[in-house]
Write a protein that binds this ligand. Structure first.
Ligand code: SAH
Ligand code: SF4
Length: 405
């Protein structure tokens, strides 16, 4: 199967997957909205709407912020520094609910995956679900956060890309994933140095730069040092290359940037990451050169998934080094994580080593990302909620589309 794909690509004859999927589903808010995800000024507005006097609002916002994001309060009852009457009034109109956890899986390597259910307006027929993964390591604990239910893009090797249903998450649902992780790991009690969730990567389901405002608002809350307080240097946003929003991300969010490159020639990247047809490699790399705040101390990560016989030759490695010249970069080689129905295979280990060695000798740090949580389908690109699986026939049709002349 792979050789057919490669040949088709080599011959320039692969009919590429459609660049984007059909319209986004709408967000249907719950009857009583959660305050999670609101900025300070939005919180103040909501307080005004329920009759909190203007002179009191600033103080109330400070209190709510502290209880919600610093202490992790799950109800207004816990917020004892707020008067009882105000608490009752708040509870009448709002909640501090997080997304509902419907399943928790723990891998034999300690990785945890949570399946979260979100309001969909049609909960029985089509619940909206996302996944969120916690990866403990010796020196850090990384939470991999989703930005959309599914993804409108169709990267050929990504499980999430095969999901039909797509909707943007709200800022509250994005921050909510961090809250859920802290809840489940009992991480609110830990002092800063002992925190379990120390790093955030926007590398779960979805393309974060196609949900720019919500991702921005959520990350600004996560980074706020009067609350969750995870510094921007410990937050990484990964994009498949939405060029116009890359600079915005630097200016308006200021987090670390990761680019899902995966191919060094446009004709192959057009197939692997169809968005390349809109924003080709040269434009993408120019946006990286222009990324505000990129420096040797704040390098841009280039992710490169190792696909056997597709993008893993030494010629590819050479061209990669050439392309990245002049960009403060590190390269993250990701062994391909297979999923049911995929046509791709992971490169052989010795090929990954050769590729990595070449890059290393050219002066780049090139860690090979150890797959984590493979046994619970929690590794990169394996996320996909059960309810959204395509039928075998649909998968076959997608593959056929990728391969026919
Ligand atoms: N949509 C964003 C962020 C989510 S994907 C993006 O594409 O960057 C996070 C990373 O996992 C990306 O680099 C993605 O290309 C990679 N990935 C997707 N499927 C994969 C798979 N099956 N095996 C390994 N990595 C994969
Ligand atoms: Fe979407 Fe990223 Fe998967 Fe591509 S790799 S389909 S952009 S989640």
């Amino acid at each position: 199967m792979i050789s057919t794909i490669t040949n088709a690509i080599a011959a320039g004859s692969a009919a590429p997957l459609p660049l984007e999927k059909v319209p986004l589903e709408a967000y249907v808010p719950p009857a009583k909205p959660s305050l999670i995800g609101l900025s300070r000024s939005e919180l103040s507005e909501r307080l005004g709407e329920i009759g909190v006097a203007p002179a009191q609002r600033k103080m109330r916002v400070q209190q709510l912020w502290h209880w919600i994001y610093f202490r992790g309060a799950k109800s207004f009852d816990e917020m004892t520094s707020i008067s009882k009457d105000t608490r009752a009034e708040l509870a009448k109109h709002f909640t501090v609910d997080r997304p509902e956890v419907v399943a928790e899986q723990i891998s034999n390597d300690g990785t945890r995956k949570w399946l979260l259910r979100l309001p969909s307006g049609d909960k029985v027929e089509k619940p909206h679900e996302v996944e969120c993964v916690y990866i403990p390591e010796t020196d850090r604990g990384t939470l991999c956060v989703s930005s959309q239910v599914g993804c409108t893009l169709n990267c050929a090797f990504c499980h999430t890309g095969t999901q039909r249903l797509v909707r943007n998450l709200t800022a509250g649902e994005i921050v909510g994933q961090v809250m859920v992780a802290r809840d489940r790991l009992n991480d609110w009690e830990n002092r800063e140095s002992g925190r379990l969730v120390t790093n955030i990567v926007m590398m779960g389901m979805g393309e974060p730069l196609y949900n720019f405002e919500a991702v921005r608002d959520a990350l600004l809350i996560v980074a706020d040092n009067e609350g969750i307080g995870i510094s921007r240097r410990r937050i990484t946003l990964s994009t498949s290359g939405v060029v116009p929003n890359i600079i915005r991300a630097g200016e308006e969010i200021g987090v670390m940037l990761a680019i899902s490159l995966h191919a060094v020639r446009n004709e192959l990247r057009d197939v692997l990451v169809p968005l390349n047809r809109k924003y080709p490699i040269e434009e993408l790399l120019q946006a990286c050169r222009d990324y505000p705040g990129a420096s040797n101390a704040r390098r841009i990560t280039f992710e490169y998934v190792m696909l056997k016989g597709v993008n893993d030759s030494l010629d590819d490695a050479k061209l990669l080094v050439k392309l990245l010249k002049g960009i403060p970069a590190k390269i993250n080689l990701i062994p391909f994580n297979p999923w049911p129905g995929t046509a791709y295979e992971c490169s052989d280990w010795d090929q990954i080593e050769k590729f990595s060695e070449y890059i290393f000798n050219a002066g780049y740090s090139s860690p090979v990302r150890t797959p984590r949580g493979r046994d619970i389908l929690a590794a990169c690109g394996q996320l996909k909620s059960e309810t959204e699986k395509l039928s075998a026939r649909e998968r076959q049709a997608l593959r056929a589309m990728a391969m026919t002349d």
